[in-house]
Design a protein around this ligand. Structure first.
Ligand SMILES: *Cc1c(COP(=O)(O)O)cnc(C)c1O
Length: 516
């Protein structure tokens, strides 16, 4: 079976509680005679059990070793990732993660380090972080970077706090407005609001870029700054960026660059040269540390000129060939998290950059843009989808298609299209974002997707549009080839919804006899 058919095969796997039984065990743990009284609770001293000491052994599923191994291996075969097929999640930059970086970061000499370890004992790692900071500063056109923030959103919060403190230190308390275009990632207005700013929304023009007239009409004495992504979330490069910088700077505001997706421009153009003062980078997107599933990330924040003093501390420093953490903080916003940041994704970024080199990064950026535009060329003229905001302009790292024609004509929404993609053995794109595009399908292949993967994706979207025309109910009923059919999105977001496995566990804890 070829990749796509193989991934389409129907899989299902029972819960651990359904295949196990309490009297079975796959391991033999040593336990002492004292603990024997606490039937089944092995190796835990009684005082450690606390006031809720158990009278009985917990109802664990109990599996033999072969059952446990098969269960987990089958689960790994059911899961989908970038090592299985395309994951074109726009804005998420789900590129292939080179295995060499995975291998090297699994070295116990790195994994066994402790944050309280003496600096003398970790000079090699500090040197690596020092070089990484230099490279990231060079790539962004900034002077210094703090490696501390553990996520893109944390980098944004740090940047917004830096902007606030900068204005306060200059006695400009009235600067309480942060300008954010309506195409921005949701974390931008959230970070600005968390830092205490009033968020002012800037509309997008027909070209898909910041509406300059609207911008001019809102800047003024209350402007603290603007948070921008360039290329923006539509994949469109803000060609008026120098003018935007001029408008905001002349009003006394600062420019914050959301560099979560540097993928389309790294090695080609730098935020520092576009006029930005502060930048955060999602090291875990652009520099190939896997982040699907929620972490760990690294949202390095960089600054230039006077803003360097405000970066979160500590910064990495060097003197006479010795590397150390510099905790000096006169104006800085303090820490943004404990210790030094998430070291493993930082090391992966170091390895990614070191293995590609400057020219390689540039080629990767060009390839990612070529991939986006190859896909647009394949989709051109496909009935059912449209490319909103000047379709003649090339896109950079990503594009946003709209399934509006399908929704209008056949009542098949972007959500239905996404489910139908799952049936075809493909990962859905990012959905319903940015909010300014109706029925949005936000697609990003990155440099690592081979042409065949891009072609498969375009074919699948075409197939779905044809199906929507002939049998719209069939598309609305997707997915059928997945282990779980359509989930209730509203219920899934409800705090009371818990995993079925946990529900079974709770019911068994209560003594209910469940037929398995
Ligand atoms: C992913 C992303 C973020 C947020 O990054 P996290 O690491 O998920 O917090 C911010 N802005 C843009 C444009 C992004 O794509």
């Amino acid at each position: 079976m070829a990749g796509r058919e193989w991934r389409q095969a129907r899989w299902s796997e029972p819960l651990l509680h359904e295949i196990g039984s309490p009297e079975k065990t796959g391991v033999l743990l040593p336990y002492s005679s004292e603990d024997e009284e606490l039937a089944g609770i092995v190796g835990e001293p009684e005082e450690a059990l606390g006031p809720a000491a158990r009278e009985e052994a917990p109802l664990l599923p109990g599996l033999s070793e072969v059952e446990a191994a098969r269960h987990f291996i089958r689960l790994t075969q059911m899961s989908y990732g970038v090592d299985v097929g395309p994951v074109p999640l726009g804005s998420c930059t789900m590129k292939f993660n080179p295995k060499i970086a995975e291998e090297l970061t699994r070295d116990t000499r790195l994994l066994m380090l402790h944050p309280y370890q003496d600096e003398e004992a970790v000079q090699g790692l500090l040197e690596l972080l020092y070089k990484l900071e230099r490279w990231l500063a060079e790539l962004t056109g900034m002077d210094r970077c703090s490696l501390q923030p553990p996520a893109g959103a944390a980098g944004e919060l740090a940047g917004a706090l830096m902007i606030r403190k900068y204005h306060l230190d200059r006695g400009e308390q009235q600067r309480d407005e942060m300008l954010v275009p309506d195409s921005a990632h949701g974390t931008n207005p959230a970070s600005a609001a968390m830092a205490g700013f009033v968020v002012v929304r800037i509309p997008t023009s027909e070209k898909g870029t910041v509406d300059l007239e609207a911008l001019k009409s809102v800047v003024g004495e209350r402007t603290a700054g603007i948070m921008l992504t360039n290329p923006n979330t539509l994949g469109v490069f803000e060609e008026d960026i120098l003018e935007i910088a001029d408008i905001v700077h002349s009003a006394g505001g600062l420019l914050y660059y959301d560099g979560a997706n540097l993928n389309g421009i790294m090695g080609i153009v730098r935020p520092g040269d576009m006029g930005f003062d502060i930048v955060h980078l999602n090291v875990h997107k652009t520099f190939a540390a896997p982040h699907g599933g929620g972490g760990p990330g690294a949202g390095v924040v960089c600054a230039k000129g006077a803003l360097v003093d405000y970066l979160p501390r500590p910064l990495i420093a060097e003197s006479g060939g010795r590397y150390y953490w510099d905790y000096r903080c006169e104006k800085c916003i303090g820490r943004i998290r404990a210790f030094y940041g998430n070291i493993v994704p930082l090391v992966k970024a170091f390895l990614y950059i070191a293995s590609l080199g400057g020219e390689g990064l540039r080629e990767a950026a060009i390839q990612s843009v070529v991939n986006t535009n190859y896909f647009i060329a394949l989709m051109r003229g496909t009935e059912g989808y449209e490319l909103p905001y000047d379709p003649t302009r090339p896109r950079k790292h990503e594009l946003v298609l709209s399934a509006r024609p399908l929704a209008r004509r056949y009542g098949v929404t972007a959500g239905d299209v996404a489910k139908a993609l799952l049936d075809r053995g493909l990962h859905a794109p990012t959905m319903y974002f940015p909010l300014i595009v109706e029925e949005a399908l936000m697609i990003e292949f990155t440099e690592s997707e081979p042409p065949r993967g891009i072609e498969e994706y375009a074919e699948a979207l075409r197939e779905i549009a044809e199906e929507a025309k002939r049998q719209p109910d069939r598309v609305r009923g997707a997915p059928r080839n997945t282990s779980v059919a359509r989930v209730d999105d509203v219920y899934a977001n409800h705090p009371r919804s818990v995993t079925p496995s946990y529900r079974v566990y709770v019911r068994r804890q209560r003594g209910e006899k469940l037929a398995l």
